[in-house]
Design a protein around this ligand. Structure first.
Ligand code: GLU
Length: 421
């Protein structure tokens, strides 16, 4: 029997949601497959004069609710299958938040840490050249994801503008402010998760000052640490690709951020400020109230889910908990705030950026924060209530919530529509 694809494993959540809501079989059939996945081989000139090629993809999973939206990941393990799974999640994430978007995702199979800045720029521009026919401000709108950032989005926006012959900032989000980026996009993923936990604090069974453990200390991990620490909660353990550190009385945030800046790993704080070494595998099992997976997929699995002591798992990464692990956590009454809700702050502020680009009028930071808070709390509350009234996990409730919006849109298009093909 052929092995299940990554996308198949993600579709289990769709099947589960479909059991709790009355949707037409046509709707499920439509959502089971990506609309289109384009593959390209990017050729770039390296600094030493040699030529090198990298595989790249862009998947437009479903555009029923609007242009496809989702990040571009640069990672050595990227694959077509992973891109399709991530694009499926984006479809549901945008529907969860009621953003007028479908879902998409892109990737380049590369370790960007091994490229010079000039090589990285050539690779980013070459991505846009390869996919400019399917990308566009009303068609498919990329953004940052794992190992991509504002600088890369800036190069891509510039390349697209050159191709179409005029400035087109709304083609991509997460840009530098100087190129039409939005204030508040930098910490938006973490901030959305933080607003969600703050809003459901009592319902989640949380009390007083929290102990937080964070797996992954990139953009989302660093910002969630700062947001919780600013409220007086303590960060008791943190890991990154170099290793992990812990301090039961609380880690020094300043030391963690400095080590990340200077040496690119939190392990350089070991031995200072009471920071002790911890093996990266042990991080999920540390004593804490909230565990924040903020790295990659499949970090909480059948083999370590039993060790979790946290009451709440806040999924800032996409897909950090496997389906089997979900079942274990549900049995153990650990509440998982699922990725398609918990990390949706990022794409929500991307939406604000796109709206600002289209209208050519820019908002101030307090306005962005307030708009994000309102949406996060509204959708978070609706999903929480759905989970309670149906007696299902928050993840299943989030899928049901999104599926009902997707079903309504699919049906509204009619059966002879381009969107029905
Ligand atoms: N890559 C982020 C995500 O997975 C953001 C996507 C976006 O802003 O379009 O949600």
């Amino acid at each position: 029997m052929p092995e299940d694809s990554l996308l198949d494993s993600a579709l289990v959540r769709l099947d589960e949601a479909a059991r709790h809501i009355n949707v037409d079989a046509d709707v499920i059939e439509k959502l089971k497959y990506p609309r289109e996945t384009t593959k390209a081989r990017l050729m770039i000139r390296m600094d030493d004069g040699s030529r090198k090629s990298f595989l790249a993809w862009r998947c437009r999973y479903d555009d029923t609710r609007g242009p496809t939206k989702g990040g571009i990941r640069f990672h050595p393990d990227a694959s077509a299958d992973e891109v399709e799974m991530l694009a499926f999640w984006m479809t549901f994430k945008c529907a969860v938040m009621n953003l007028p978007y479908g879902g998409g995702k892109g990737a380049v199979q590369v370790d960007p840490r091994k490229l010079s800045k000039a090589e990285l720029e050539r690779l980013s521009r070459s991505y846009m050249q390869a996919f400019s026919r399917i990308i566009g401000p009303d068609r498919d709108i990329p953004a940052p994801d794992v190992y991509t950032n504002a600088m890369i989005m800036g190069w891509m926006a510039d390349e697209y503008s050159q191709i179409v012959g005029h400035a087109s900032p709304a083609v991509i989000t997460g840009k530098p402010l100087a190129l039409g980026g939005s204030v508040g996009r930098g910490d938006a993923t973490a901030r959305g998760g933080y607003y969600l936990v703050r809003h459901l604090f009592a319902e989640l069974g949380l009390k007083g000052k929290l102990r937080i453990a964070i797996q992954g200390f990139g953009n989302a991990g660093q910002h969630i640490a700062s947001l919780f620490a600013a409220d007086g909660h303590s960060i008791v353990a943190v890991s990154d690709s170099g290793g992990a550190v812990q301090a039961s009385g609380g880690l020094s945030l300043a030391a963690l951020l400095a080590a990340k800046q200077e040496n690119n790993s939190v392990i350089h704080t070991i031995g200072k400020d009471g920071h002790e070494a911890l093996s990266a595998d042990q991080l999920v099992g540390v004593e804490c109230d909230v565990l924040v997976p903020a790295a990659l997929e499949n970090m909480i699995r059948i083999d370590n889910a039993e060790t979790i002591k946290a009451r709440v798992v806040l999924e800032l990464a996409n897909g950090p908990v496997t389906h089997d692990a979900d079942e274990i956590l549900a049995k153990r009454n650990v509440v998982v705030l699922p990725d398609i809700l918990a990390n949706a702050g990022g794409v929500t502020v991307s939406y604000f950026e796109w709206v600002q680009n289209k209208q050519g009028y820019y908002w101030e930071l307090p306005e962005i924060h307030e708009k994000l808070r309102v949406i996060m709390e509204r959708e978070g509350r609706a999903i929480w209530e759905l989970a309670s009234s149906r007696d299902v996990t928050v993840r299943t409730a989030a899928y049901v919530h999104a599926l009902s919006r997707l079903a309504e849109a699919i049906e509204a298009h009619g059966t002879q529509s381009y969107f029905d093909s």
